[in-house]
Design a protein around this ligand. Structure first.
Ligand code: C5P
Length: 223
């Protein structure tokens, strides 16, 4: 297992991906975006046209295809059966359907195992998701939970979508985010919640740089 494990959990739009990536760079650590893993399985299952609520079929999808996760230019690169699907897994359709995969206990087990294997091969890691501090790395050195008010998270997500040429109304974006929060918080396995020993940071009024600086200081203090 890695010598330094920093986990960052939080709801959609809380800034955790960007912050985790920048913090990893500052710490000379590897970065793991676990949402990309859930998205990859979702994409593969959608391509196969299978019933997303059938866990056995989903497990079959996980076993049948070759999933490769690596980091390039600070971004998680996702390859399924030698085809790069890094861009496709970020579509609004995949985002909306990922909750089916996230609610399947055996699929989660498999993904947590893959996340631990990823960490085992590295010296330092910053990993982000929903259950990194609570389930995947319960013994992590430092745990963060990032939050932000829903309208601000919606504004950030909308800006992100716009940059990709996708226009969505703010109200619709906020509704989708709140819907995702509800489903992430209410599932029985690996629900979205802060670990008991997590440091909670509200990023609503903070710039990305300020959040990274704050987290970096806290990691240095603790380790
Ligand atoms: O973080 P991102 O928005 O890419 O995650 C996509 C979806 O994957 C989330 O809405 C959540 O349902 C699921 N997820 C999860 N556990 C994680 C990471 C993501 O359930 N550790």
């Amino acid at each position: 297992m890695a010598d330094l494990i920093v986990t960052i959990d939080g709801p959609a739009g809380s800034g955790k991906s960007t912050v985790a990536r920048l913090l990893a760079r500052k710490l000379g650590a590897s970065f793991l975006d676990t949402g990309a893993m859930y998205r990859a399985i979702t994409f593969a299952a959608m391509q196969a046209g299978v019933d997303l609520s059938d866990e056995r079929t989903l497990l079959h999808v996980v076993q049948k295809h070759k999933f490769q996760f690596s980091v390039r230019g600070g971004q998680m690169r996702v390859v399924i059966d030698d085809v790069d699907v890094t861009g496709q897994i970020r579509s609004p359709e995949v985002t909306a359907k990922a909750r089916y995969i996230a609610a399947a206990p055996k699929v989660r087990e498999k993904l947590v195992q893959m996340q631990r294997e990823f960490a085992a091969g590295r010296r330092k890691i910053v990993t982000e998701g929903r259950d990194q501090g609570t389930v995947a790395f319960a013994d992590a050195n430092v745990k963060f939970y990032l939050t932000a008010e829903a309208p601000e998270r919606a504004r950030r997500r909308q800006a992100e979508l716009r940059a990709k040429g996708c226009n969505e109304g703010l109200e619709q974006t906020q509704k989708a985010i709140e819907e995702r929060d509800r489903s992430d918080r209410s599932r029985t396995v690996g629900p979205l919640k802060p670990a008991e020993d997590a440091i909670v940071v509200d990023t609503t009024k903070l710039s990305i740089d300020k959040v990274v600086e704050t987290l970096l200081e806290l990691v240095r203090e603790k380790c």
